[in-house]
Design a protein around this ligand. Structure first.
Ligand SMILES: C[S@@+](CC[C@H](N)C(=O)[O-])C[C@H]1O[C@@H](n2cnc3c(N)ncnc32)[C@H](O)[C@@H]1O
Length: 200
């Protein structure tokens, strides 16, 4: 593992331990600042009173539902231990089983950051998860995908996911580009997709 990534992980463990002791330190890295300062507020303004799903919960995402002041927010994580970091409407489930919990075309936005390659690893599961996300998004709905373009996290990059072909590339909320590398050291990328309004 590269030394810079080792440092990043060590800092993450330290911040997590401080958080568990009640110190809300959060992350100060540029990728989080972009997400929390630009992307999520812009997405929140766009979805208004819609239904937003946040996939993958952690101590540092505990406050993310609060960005969506007007929206109905659901959170989902396969790991029951992450439930304390979920929102008021939290589902313990695998993203592959999304359609058991959300109706087709019922979601205005799905935010899936740090899940692809971080537990959602098997190619068939990745296809099932994003196929379900595409089904559950309403026409015109947004998918914000965050992933790390470094091994071992990029074994299945988004361009290899056939299920994402059901969605169109979109501009990232608050930015004017489809894709951005938000932090060089861990190649944390954000990419935005949108479900077509009508079947093409
Ligand atoms: C690195 S954390 C990412 C947390 C957060 N989404 C973020 O913005 O960083 C990865 C989380 O995704 C969850 N996860 C991994 N695979 C999943 C799957 N197939 N379905 C639902 N959650 C999954 C893990 O349990 C873990 O809590």
């Amino acid at each position: 593992m590269p030394a810079r990534l080792k440092t990043y992980r060590a800092v993450a463990h330290l911040l997590s331990a401080l958080d568990a002791l009640g110190w809300r330190v959060g992350y100060r890295y540029g990728d989080r600042q972009l997400l929390e300062g630009v992307i999520l507020p812009s997405l929140a303004a766009g979805v208004g009173a819609g239904h937003v799903l946040l996939v993958g919960c952690a101590w540092y995402t505990r406050d993310y539902p609060e960005f969506f002041t007007r929206a109905r927010v659901s959170t989902l994580d396969v790991d029951p231990a992450k439930s304390p970091f979920g929102g008021r409407r939290h589902v313990v489930a695998d993203m592959t089983a999304l359609e058991r919990h959300f109706a087709p075309a019922s979601l205005d936005a799905v935010i899936c950051n740090g899940v692809l390659g971080w537990g959602l690893n098997a190619p068939d599961d990745i296809e099932a998860a994003f196929s379900a996300a595409a089904t559950c998004l309403r026409p015109g709905g947004h998918l914000l995908l965050g992933w790390n373009d470094i091994p071992p996290y990029n074994a299945v990059p988004p361009e290899a996911v056939m299920a994402l072909e059901a969605l169109h590339p979109d501009t990232i909320p608050g930015l004017d580009q489809h894709s951005v590398i938000a932090l060089e050291r861990n190649q944390h990328c954000y990419q935005a997709f949108r479900k077509p309004e009508t079947k093409s």
